[in-house]
Design a protein around this ligand. Structure first.
Ligand code: ZN
Length: 438
């Protein structure tokens, strides 16, 4: 294989495939992509001999924007694919909390670089992830992301109810968790020239008191950081939230009442939202991470994505490893597409809202960047944006290795969504710097 450039500046000749900010799609079968020394895209268009003699020829590879994973759990990755058939709350107790409890600094120092490598190898150039409860291992995860080069939003998990920290004095949890999170945000939010961001991370309503939710949202606003949590993932969970917060109208209202909704709030799942909750999410400009592979793995449910999109929700994709069995956003697209088909055939989905393969590529890239408010910086191959780029070899998605790749953008995208291959992403760059694959 042709060696890929490790650092900018460089120029590549390949097929270019990208969603565009104006709603269209770029498909340049013989294209040229130029990245300047600062890691920005300076040329995205047709190849021509006169101006691009030094371009590295990667044909028949396809250059695409890097994928954005809006929801993952770093400490859980070693147990990905385990515990199928359990419901959410049982699965958390049996497979997840023991791993998170053990995720101290030394574990994070060992695992986080490998985890970021795995994300890069799967084509994810921006990852939004929960760490564990422990501030020092969250700090180590940030340090690993800084060194690796991936774009990351990370937060220390906050729980002041049902916590797996059995040593802490219950009377001190709230203040300690807020102070530790505040210190991490001060250190890391905006670090690495704006490549790293902090997300205040109350786990979900079941494991947080109203005070924890409110104070964490205030701190997020103070720092201009993100605020992330889970909402309406599982029917059992929703029932428990109703019991714990009897004064709230519904699950979303628990977060709304304490002032946590808004454009910097990323809510994972939202599988079972009522019409009122959907309308309120849209009205408050809150953001949603759709995690269909996870929702199928834990039998949580099937999100009516078409209806949510038609309502105007700002939504992108999340792997939710380890409830999602794979880190690849392309695998998430496949699970999402299958989910929408299942809704259609059971009469719960509207074919008119159906997504084409190129729409799934947009959801995984530019729409994910929009969720983060980063769509003017990343998410598509457009001049002026930072060079978060993938080189994908579509031959890996062929049914037979002897075949040529499909010739149209629709068919290439269809294969990427429905036949993603673990080796198809040959390189991933952030700001023009080639990421280590672990
Ligand atoms: Zn999650």
């Amino acid at each position: 294989m042709t060696p890929l450039p490790a650092l900018p500046p460089f120029a590549l000749r390949a097929r270019l495939l990208s969603p565009l900010a104006d709603g269209g799609f770029l498909d340049e079968p013989d294209g040229l992509l130029e990245v300047d020394a600062a890691g920005r895209l300076t040329r995205v268009g047709p190849w021509d001999e006169a101006s691009s003699a030094s371009a590295i020829d990667l044909r028949p590879m396809v250059l695409m924007p890097g994928m954005v994973d809006l929801h993952a759990h770093l400490p859980q990755i070693p147990n990905a694919g385990l515990g199928s058939g359990l419901d959410l709350l049982t699965w958390l107790d049996r497979y997840i909390f023991p791993l998170e409890r053990a995720y101290d600094r030394s574990v994070a120092e060992r695992q986080a670089p490998a985890a970021f490598g795995a994300f890069a190898a799967a084509g994810t150039t921006t990852v939004v992830t929960y760490a564990a409860l422990w501030p020092d291992s969250t700090d180590a995860a940030f340090a690993a992301a800084e060194k690796h080069g991936i774009r990351a939003v990370i937060g220390k998990v906050m729980m002041d109810r049902l916590t797996y920290d059995t040593d802490i004095d219950p009377g001190e949890i709230l203040e300690t968790s807020l102070r530790q999170s505040d210190e991490l945000a001060t250190r890391w939010h905006g670090a690495a020239g704006g490549r790293l961001h902090y997300a205040f991370t109350p786990r979900f309503a079941i494991s947080c008191t109203e005070e924890m939710l409110r104070e964490s949202a205030l701190l997020a606003a103070h720092h201009g950081a993100y605020w992330q949590t889970h909402v309406s993932e599982d029917v059992g969970e929703i029932g428990e939230v109703g019991r714990l917060f009897p004064e709230a109208r519904d699950y979303l209202d628990v977060y709304d009442r304490i002032g946590a909704l808004g454009a910097r709030s990323i809510l994972a799942h939202g599988v079972h939202l009522s019409d009122r909750e959907v309308a309120r999410l849209v009205e408050s400009d809150s953001r949603v991470a759709h995690c269909p592979a996870s929702n199928l793995f834990l039998s949580s449910g099937m999100m009516p994505l078409g209806a949510y999109r038609a309502a105007g929700m700002t939504i992108g994709l999340g792997s939710d490893v380890a409830a999602g069995p794979e880190v690849s956003i392309f695998s998430v697209m496949r699970a999402g597409a299958v989910t929408q088909r299942a809704l259609e055939v059971t009469g719960r989905g509207d074919r008119a809202h159906g997504l084409r393969p190129l729409d799934w590529i947009r959801l995984g890239s530019l729409d994910g960047a929009r969720v983060l408010g980063m769509d003017s910086v990343i998410g598509s191959l457009e001049v002026g944006k930072e060079a978060d780029v993938l080189a994908v070899d579509p031959r890996f998605t062929n049914p037979l290795p002897t075949d040529d790749p499909p010739s149209t953008a629709d068919d290439i995208a269809s294969r990427l969504v429905f036949r993603p291959h673990p080796n198809m992403v040959r390189g991933a760059w952030v700001r023009g710097r080639l990421l280590d694959r672990g």
